[in-house]
Design a protein. Sequence first.
Length: 299
Amino acid sequence: MAPTSTPHVPFGRILTAMVTPFTGDGSLDLDGAQRLASHLVDAGNDGLIVNGTTGESPTTTDEEKSALVRAVVEAVGDRAHVVAGVGTNDTRHSVELARAAADAGAHGLLTVTPYYNKPPQEGLYQHFTTVADATELPVMLYDIPGRSGVPINTETMVRLAEHPRIVANKDAKGDLGRASWAIATTGLAWYSGDDMLNLPLLSVGAVGFVSVVGHLVTPELRALVEAHTGGDVAKATEIHQRLLPVFTGMFRTQGVITSKAALDAQGLPGGPLRLPLVGLAAAEFEQLRKDLAAGGVQI
C-alpha cells in the first residue's frame, strides 16, 4: 500500500534519486539497496526514485530494474513512495518498463524526455501519453533538455496535464521563467530536479524536490521546505545558502559518481560504478570532502 498523498503533493515533498548499489564484482546488490532505501527514508525522505539516471539506469538490465523495484518496495513501500524510472527513447520499451514496474509494486513512474532522437513536440506528447496509458500508476514527467536535447514546451505540458495520470513534472530545465508559466497554467505538481534551484523553484510554486544531495542532507532539505511552506523565507534562505558548497561539490562531476563516493566514505551501500562512469581520482575526492565539509557534511 502506497503512503497517502494529495493531488497537490502526489509523491510527497522530498524524494532522493537513489543510486543503485553494486557489489564488488559489479553485480546488483539488492541487500544494499534495501539498507540504503531504509536509511534514506529514516532520514526523512517521503519517496525514492529508483532506476533513474542517478540509479545508473542506462547500464542496468530490465530484469535488474524489476528486481530493484521489488526490493525497495519490500523495504520501504509501506512508508515511502517508490517511483520507478521507465524513460527511454523508445516508446515501446518504456511501455514495457512501465508495466514491469507496476507488476513489481511501484507506486508511480518517472518518464524522462526521449533523448538523442530529438522528437518534435507532437512526438513527445504521444510518447508520454502512451506510457501513461500503459498502467494505472501516476506519472511524473522529467524535463531535462541538457541531457535529452529537447525541452517539453509549456504548450505541450498543458496538453499533457489533461491526462488523468500525468500528475507531476521534475524540472531540470533551469529556466525559472518557463517554470513559472508552466506551474501557473498546467496545475501539475512541480518538483525541482536541480538541487541548486530548489529554493528558487519553491518560490514560483514548486511543491518539493527530486534530489541527488538528498543522499547526504535530507534533514536539511526537509527543514528548508518546511520553513518555506511555513512562511519563514529567511530561514529557508539561510539553509539554502548553507548548502551551497554541498550543491557545488556534488555536481563538479556526474552526480552518481560523487554520491557513491560519499556513501562509501560514510559506510553506506554504494559500491562501484558501471562503465562508462568511473570513480573519483584522489584529488577529486579530496575536493569533494572539502566542499561537503564547508556545507556541514563530513565524509
